[in-house]
Design a protein around this ligand. Sequence first.
Ligand code: ADP
Ligand code: MG
Length: 161
Amino acid sequence: MTPVIVTPGPEATERLGECLGLRLQSGDVLCLSGDLGAGKTCLVRGLARGWGVIDHPTSPTFMLVNEYRRERDLSRFHHVDAYRLQGSEDAKSLGLEDILDAAGVVVVEWAERIRDALPDEALWIHIEDIGEDTRSFCFEPVGERANALVAGLEEAYAAGN
Ligand code: ADP
Ligand code: MG
């Protein structure tokens, strides 16, 4: 099942991220694909807020990874930006495997560039600019956890939860 959710503007995208962020657990991997300006970082801001990060993530374009914590427990939220990586080998040599092995949530922007370095089971989110402020989010869950993350997401987003 590949649900598609369309958002009418950046605030709606953040809210969609927040809906999904509320459901995230350590070990979950989200792979975001889409062109520059698609809305990946915007979604990550919402994801981080829903998960419980206090400060606002910016795009870590000059770093491989930003790591965030929340107050309620010791778990981590890793925000990876693969834009500057040359491919999967590059990602591996820069320590992506350690990040994936560490207990925590991992969200990867430009995931399509390092596909071979990412786990088979993950929630892929393909983001497309479909005109002005409208963006489509195509969810492609692989594995039990990813399917659980997506189940009921459209309803939760539509209901404003
Ligand atoms: P990316 O990380 O994919 O390069 P960003 O999230 O940094 O993209 O930027 C998305 C840009 O598109 C922002 O300037 C944002 O204001 C704009 N935008 C317009 N409509 C939307 C929408 N529906 N969702 C997300 N961003 C949107
Ligand atoms: Mg970005």
